[in-house]
Design a protein around this ligand. Structure first.
Ligand code: ATP
Length: 648
């Protein structure tokens, strides 16, 4: 127990030698005898009984008068039940004079059950000298003698529910367990001496590294603790786009889809890709609430039900990072015609390659195309090759390999966006075998890259040999050879395959793979930071549910008493810090580190001072954490909905 020095006038008032108020107390055993075995006021006019043998059962007496403020037997059953006005200092007044234990009765009394609830003899003065942070036992931290016992663990069923050390899972913050099975929120607190003592220190706020290493801590900005501005901005824009609605769009509500939002950037009825005008909408699924991209083929009349069933069955198997996943297809008349709809994964703020590279600036005049950098082109080649590898190995063909049907979902990140459509639309009219369609895929793939490299839309790519020759000026021979191989017809009697192609570009695939791993590492780094922030946010939310709360379960001013008072002071220490001149100190680093230390429950000391500077608590984060968990668990017990886990 490290908390020790307090000024506690109030405490003295509560626990001092009882005043008799003129009543006859001769039959009532003096509480100092009960607690300490002697009463120093015995010869100074204390009117209570000092002969233990004369008293009727003190326990029974105590049981009757537990909640009576007049009662001389000061032996509260729990901190909560004591009828204190402001019990913040109730049980820790080591220096309270009337309770300095003396005499022979003391050791025995320490072993009683009551003594474990209130046992000032066990409170040791905090001595900062020789404090060994690595040895809690030596520091007296582990010897709290039940002062901070978690009330939950007093219940036998709960102790039984404690996980063993091997099962200890820091993140298993399942409050529902408290509500249902009664398991404590942080299991280790109940079984303080037996289980794993505390979460290890790696749960402090410690992201792997920080961006601007050359800076001193005080030169860092708030952003060093969070996701970089660019990433955050991109993600927020995407979230915003996902939530965007258009109330008066005039678009219908489909049977299982609502909030349709048009994604097309022009209203041209272009039939070149599928033979039907196609439109794309963002829509929310009524059942799951998930957003999808619905591709609608206007005026399509389905003649064979099997077309959708058998094609979807095959395409649902395709899981590739380079293919937009298709979920289902159905027909509808809600648009006033007969439409065929495909539901795809929605990738917010994506653009087609056509929009990105060949978008007409005004009217039909094409913007001067930017030359696509070779490494970017190779990135596209690798990703599309990856898509074709998955599709072809599932005995399917992509078919829609044109710039208007490939979307850029992130920087240099492409996905095939209209797979399966032609398979349904041409289910009966298609006369080509899968192998032939796959060969066509390779040629379309080659033309696509050539078109991007030369800045010519595929429809205008009339002179392929000349376009291929022009590649020498800007790109490596390697790229030109790859494109030429894709476009060239196979030797008679042979067929080309995507596997052959991938073997030919293995070096570029490896480079791309490495970049992709690096990107993954980068994201992992940000994720780790956000993980820490998420944990801090959780703790802050819990702290806010405790401090400044009014009554709880009949306990008046609940949040101002007991553990909660110290938590309130901790809140002040973390969030309401002021400089010497009284100006607010808004150091985010301080807030994050304090909250992380609380989360981790480390042995570091923290000094909490009341606002009137009259009370000072010196205690460890470990103790604070116990108070924190205990208070929160108490809230959970009283809440109707039980634990907040489900709402997290
Ligand atoms: N799965 C998707 N998620 C998010 N947006 C998508 C998705 N698929 C397509 N889009 C977007 O929808 C818009 C329209 O796509 P579409 O394929 O119709 O292109 P288009 O240029 O209009 O082609 P066309 O002229 O053939 O209709 C594009 O901006 C595209 O980025």
């Amino acid at each position: 127990m490290a908390a020790a020095r307090y000024s506690s006038n109030e405490l003295r008032r509560q626990v001092g030698s009882p005043r008799s108020k003129g009543r006859d107390n001769k039959d009532t055993l003096c509480r100092n005898i009960l607690i300490y075995g002697n009463c120093r006021y015995e010869d100074q006019g204390c009117t209570f009984n000092h002969d233990q043998n004369k008293s009727s059962s003190p326990q029974a007496d105590f049981g009757k008068k537990t909640f009576n403020v007049e009662s001389p037997a000061f032996t509260p059953l729990s901190q909560q039940s004591a009828p204190v006005k402001k019990s913040t200092l109730s049980s820790q007044a080591a220096s309270a004079a009337p309770f300095t234990p003396r005499g022979i009765g003391t050791p025995n009394l320490q072993q009683t059950t009551e003594a474990s609830v209130f046992n000032p003899a066990a409170i040791r003065e905090f001595t900062p000298q020789n404090y060994d942070i690595g040895n809690p036992t030596a520091n007296g931290v582990a010897q709290d003698n039940g002062l901070y016992n978690d009330p939950f663990t007093a219940m036998g069923s709960i102790s039984a529910a404690l996980p063993s050390a091997g099962q200890f899972n820091l993140y298993a913050s399942d409050h529902n367990a408290i509500a249902t099975s009664g398991a404590p929120f942080y299991p280790q607190h109940g079984a303080f001496p037996t289980g794993p003592l505390q979460p290890p220190n790696y749960h402090l706020y410690q992201p792997f590294d920080t961006y601007r290493q050359e800076l001193q801590p005080w030169q860092r900005t708030t952003y060093d603790f969070f996701t970089p501005a660019k990433v955050r901005e991109d993600l927020q824009k995407k979230m915003f786009a996902t939530q965007q609605v258009m109330p008066n769009s005039g678009l219908p509500q489909l049977e299982r889809w609502h909030s349709l939002f048009p994604l097309d950037t022009n209203n041209r009825k272009n039939t070149s890709s599928f033979g039907y005008p196609s439109w794309v909408y963002k829509a929310q699924n009524s059942r799951t609430g998930t957003h999808y991209a619905l591709r609608r083929l206007e005026g399509y009349r389905l003649t064979n039900e099997k077309a959708i069933l058998s094609v979807m069955k095959e395409w649902k198997k395709i899981k590739s990072a380079s293919v937009v996943t298709v979920h289902e297809a159905f027909t509808t008349r809600e648009f006033g015609d007969s439409s065929l709809i495909f539901a795809y994964d929605y990738h917010p703020l994506s653009k087609t390659l056509h929009e990105h590279y060949f978008q007409p600036a005004h009217g039909n005049r094409y913007r001067a195309p930017n030359a696509v950098q070779e490494n970017v082109l190779w990135g596209y080649v690798c990703q599309i090759a990856n898509a074709l590898k998955t599709i072809h190995s599932n005995r399917l063909a992509a078919r829609c390999l044109e710039p208007s049907k490939i979307i850029l979902t992130d920087t240099n990140r492409v996905r095939l966006a209209a797979c399966s459509v032609l398979d349904v639309v041409q289910f009966e009219s298609n006369t080509k075998s899968v192998l032939e369609l796959q060969q066509e895929d390779l040629v379309k793939f080659g033309r696509l890259i050539l078109s991007l490299a030369t800045g010519t839309p595929p429809a205008h790519l009339n002179n392929v040999p000349a376009a291929l020759d022009s590649l020498f000026a800007k790109y490596s021979a390697n790229l030109k050879d790859a494109v030429a191989w894709l476009i060239a017809p196979p030797n008679p009697g042979e067929s080309k395959s995507i596997d052959n192609f991938i073997s030919g570009i293995a070096a570029h695939m490896t480079t791309f793979f490495d970049l992709s791993l690096q990107d993954n590492d980068d994201k992992q780094f940000h994720l780790a930071k956000e993980l820490e922030n998420g944990r801090v946010a959780r703790s802050v939310m819990k702290l806010m549910t405790i401090v400044e709360r009014g009554d709880l379960g009949g306990a008046q001013g609940w949040s101002e008493t007991g553990d909660r008072y110290q938590l309130k002071l901790f809140r002040d220490y973390v969030f309401h810090r002021v400089e010497a001149d009284g100006k607010p100190n808004l150091s985010i680093g301080h807030m994050l580190s304090c909250m992380s230390k609380l989360e981790a429950g480390i042995d570091e000391m923290v000094v909490l001072t009341s606002r009137d500077n009259e009370t000072v608590f010196v205690l460890t984060y470990r103790e604070l954490k116990k108070m924190f968990d205990r208070s929160f668990n108490e809230l959970v017990k009283h809440s109707k909905t039980g634990a907040p886990g489900a709402n997290n």
